[in-house]
Design a protein around this ligand. Sequence first.
Ligand SMILES: [Zn+2]
Length: 128
Amino acid sequence: MDSERSSRISSVVRQLAEQERQRLRAAGTFVELEELACEIGDEVARQLLAGELTERSDEVAKSESQPCPDCGQASSRCEKQHRQLDSLRGKIDYDDPAYHCPTCRRAFFPGSRLDGLVRQSHRNAETR
Ligand SMILES: [Zn+2]
């Protein structure tokens, strides 16, 4: 990891440690301390993932039409749908605009870019 990023993360960790001081001090064993640190780290990872997924979805949602990833036909946007993904650090919730292809009679999310990203990294791990 580059030193600039490490330095930025150190700053966030100091803030988290101050805010979680009571819980960290209450940990009576190394295992309890480790579990708390992992719980906090997992929440940070989930929030980073949800934020990035939401930003990408919002960018795609600006377009009324997206090409279908299967047939390439212009497909119109439907409403946003709540999605939940299983990540290595727990469930990620976000809203995603769905597009519907009348030819393939299928919905896809949100545009082929993110849909492809999710398919590649999670294959069948999606719960919705
Ligand atoms: Zn299609």
